[in-house]
Design a protein around this ligand. Structure first.
Ligand SMILES: NC(=O)c1ccc[n+]([C@@H]2O[C@H](COP(=O)([O-])OP(=O)(O)OC[C@H]3O[C@@H](n4cnc5c(N)ncnc54)[C@H](OP(=O)(O)O)[C@@H]3O)[C@@H](O)[C@H]2O)c1
Length: 330
């Protein structure tokens, strides 16, 4: 019987997940039942939100995990069964070499993007936030907290393409600032290098019109202080809480000046792209055009082989990588 490998949760992490909290398991390649397709995975992403899911907490957009469960997340693979074997599809059953995917959850990626791996970019979330929740207008100053991560590295580029005049990002890793500037950020503020509010006031001397928040906490408070009248805030992530060393990563307390929200008439929206398929198609088309014109890239680190995935998760959570992290199974 042919076998495959997958990554399962071994234990509930105490604090941030460690490599030993995950295990590589050899198991038979599954046989599809009615309404299922067998997919040979080629790529899957290693992403920060897994920290919360590994804590087993329910109520997040994705279900929590228990010991023995196989991890999951965005993946691209090719169908082995179904009407057209060899079709490249996107789905949510990463972290395994072969996946059984319900027909309805198999999303053929077509050939609109030059590289299948680009379908793992966090584009729809970023595009939806900056066109729907907190629309960027020509001439705006945009602040992206967590600007070097999988989401943030796309958000900084997209803000510019949508017409921002100045784009400021934040990071907690000083070495990432140069990479961010190379990606188009005009200025970078660094957690741990002094109060964020003071750094942001210098980095955005004309104030902030749009805030794309991946972090919360001190960065949210600083963005409110720097905001211009009628600023738009899209709250997409809360890494300051999600990646806190202790606890479950499910709260992100922040002390903010709510009076300023009123005085400045700031519109603050929690945003999730969810399964908005129209948004995804719109993004794919625009991403393809911008990619062909050399105006956007998908910053990512490629990790070879499923056995490297547990260490890759630890590295994502400790800030070792720039952009997205993709495990390649070719
Ligand atoms: N709403 C939605 O639909 C949606 C969809 C996808 C993702 N998200 C959320 O978007 C956010 C970003 O996701 P991502 O996958 O791009 O994550 P990410 O930014 O790649 O996460 C890893 C990075 O977080 C930073 N970090 C580590 N510890 C931190 C701390 N204590 N405080 C602040 N930052 C810390 C590090 O970057 P530095 O070295 O630069 O500090 C690290 O490289 C997450 O909150 C995620 O849950 C939301």
């Amino acid at each position: 019987m042919p076998t495959m490998r997958e990554i399962r949760m071994a234990a509930v992490p105490a604090g941030l997940p460690q490599v030993a909290d995950l295990t590589v398991v050899e198991t038979p390649v599954p046989v599809p039942g009615p309404g299922e397709v067998l997919v040979r995975n080629r790529y899957f992403t290693v992403f920060a939100a897994l920290r919360t899911l590994l804590g087993g907490v329910q109520g997040a957009p994705l279900p929590g995990l228990r010991p023995g469960d196989t991890l999951f997340g965005p993946a691209v693979g090719e169908t082995v069964t179904g009407p057209r074997p060899g079709t490249l599809v996107r789905h949510m059953r990463g972290w395994r070499e072969y996946a059984l995917v319900p027909d309805a959850e198999c999303d053929p990626i077509g050939d609109v993007l030059p590289d299948p791996i680009a379908h793992l970019a966090q584009g729809p979330t970023v595009y939806g936030a900056l066109t729907r929740a907190a629309p960027v207008r020509p001439g705006d100053t945009v602040f992206v907290s967590g600007g070097a991560g999988a989401v943030g590295s796309m958000a900084g580029q997209l803000a510019r393409l949508l017409g921002a005049a100045r784009v400021v990002g934040s990071t907690g890793s000083a070495w990432k600032a140069d990479r961010m500037t190379g990606l188009g950020y005009d200025a970078v503020v660094t957690r741990g290098a002094g109060p964020i509010a003071e750094q942001l006031a210098k980095a955005a001397p004309d104030g902030v019109d749009v805030f794309f928040d991946n972090v919360g906490g001190e960065e949210l408070a600083a963005a409110i202080a720097a905001a211009n009248r009628s600023a738009r805030f899209a709250l997409v992530g809360a890494l300051s809480g999600q990646l806190a060393e202790h606890g479950t990563g499910t709260t992100a307390p922040a002390e903010i000046d709510s009076y300023q929200l009123i005085l400045k008439q700031i519109a603050m929206t929690g945003y999730s792209a969810g399964g908005d398929t129209a948004l995804r198609s719109e993004w794919d088309e625009r991403f393809a055009q911008w990619s062909r014109a050399g105006r956007i890239e998908f910053p990512h680190v490629r990790v070879e082989g499923i056995e490297q995935a547990p260490a890759a998760l630890r590295d994502v959570l400790t800030g070792r990588h720039f952009g997205a992290v993709v495990v390649a199974l070719e």
